[in-house]
Design a protein around this ligand. Structure first.
Ligand SMILES: NC(=O)C1=CN([C@@H]2O[C@H](COP(=O)(O)OP(=O)(O)OC[C@H]3O[C@@H](n4cnc5c(N)ncnc54)[C@H](O)[C@@H]3O)[C@@H](O)[C@H]2O)C=CC1
Ligand SMILES: CC(=O)C(C)=O
Length: 250
């Protein structure tokens, strides 16, 4: 029988995070999910509870250290452990180098990188103290290519690679199993922000060797695998999920 797990998903009210929350609930796990979007988070919590799932929503702005601590403490209070931590919260905006203001830079780095740091800092020592657990960070192939919105976004996602490896370096021996999935072009609202028209989407699709965008199911499958015992010997890796676009030229 599969063991029920206690899962914390940061940024679970939309897109990739939301898909993972529902998938883990359907698998029978207990899930705490957080998001800055309180309205959507509460609605999803009520809907999923009405369907019989064990799920709790906590409002969190990942740029707040207090929120990061509160979320981890409340998850431990509710379930007694965090077996799997998935960090998906993120933002992007389509801007060329010369258009990026200091405010854009700080905001994007704050959410995507400082927010990630706070979530890890609040959770990792407690997960290590409980005997370990699995962590999957949702990064981006932008860290490799410089694409995905602008240099502010690519830089924030590049920082996530280093942060993930630094945590692995210090905590692998204490049972922290950590990897990063680096998607490119997954069908979510974020993709609509970057490529709002059908014409832009068609042009983009033509650049992808497998002739399609990534789906939420593609992403959920990879995240679940990286968080599983089956992936126990995969450690401190960046798994690029891009339909072949980054390295293939044909
Ligand atoms: N959709 C795509 O093509 C790709 C997405 N990604 C990454 O995947 C992750 C998830 O993105 P999607 O699901 O596509 O986007 P999305 O926009 O659908 O979902 C992002 C979620 O993060 C939440 N969020 C934003 N700022 C927050 C904050 N300050 N505190 C707490 N929550 C906050 C949003 O409210 C939203 O629920 C992001 O880190 C993104 O950079 C990476 C590569 C490709
Ligand atoms: C947002 C992002 O990282 C993309 C489209 O690769």
């Amino acid at each position: 029988m599969t063991q029920i797990k206690n899962i914390l998903i940061i940024g679970g009210a939309a897109g990739i995070g939301q898909a993972v929350v529902l998938d883990r609930l359907k698998k029978g796990d207990r899930v705490v999910f957080t998001d800055i979007n309180k309205e959507s988070g509460n609605k999803l919590q009520d809907l999923w509870r009405s369907e019989g799932y064990e799920v709790s929503f906590i409002e969190q702005n990942v740029t707040s250290w207090n929120d990061a601590e509160k979320v981890v403490d409340e998850t431990f209070k509710l379930y007694g452990s965090i077996d799997v931590l998935i960090i998906s919260a993120g933002i992007t905006s389509q801007k060329r180098f010369e258009e990026i203001t200091e405010k854009d830079w700080r905001f994007t780095l704050d959410v995507n990188l400082t927010g990630l740091f706070y979530s890890l800092k609040a959770a990792v020592p407690k997960m290590a103290a409980q005997g370990g657990g699995s962590i999957v960070i949702v990064g981006s192939g932008s860290a490799v290519t410089g694409s995905g919105g602008g240099m502010h976004y690519a830089a924030s996602k590049g920082g996530a690679f280093g942060l993930m490896r630094a945590v692995a370096d210090e905590y692998s021996h204490q049972g922290i199993h950590i990897n990063l999935v680096a998607p490119r072009v997954i069908e979510t609202e974020m993709l609509d922000v970057l490529y709002p028209t059908e014409e832009e989407k068609n042009q983009l699709r033509n650049k992808i060797p497998v002739n399609r965008f990534g789906t939420l199911t593609d992403t959920t499958d990879v995240i679940n695998f990286l968080a599983s015992e089956e992936a126990g010997y995969i450690q401190a890796q960046v798994v690029l999920m891009d339909g072949g676009r980054t390295y293939l030229t044909g």
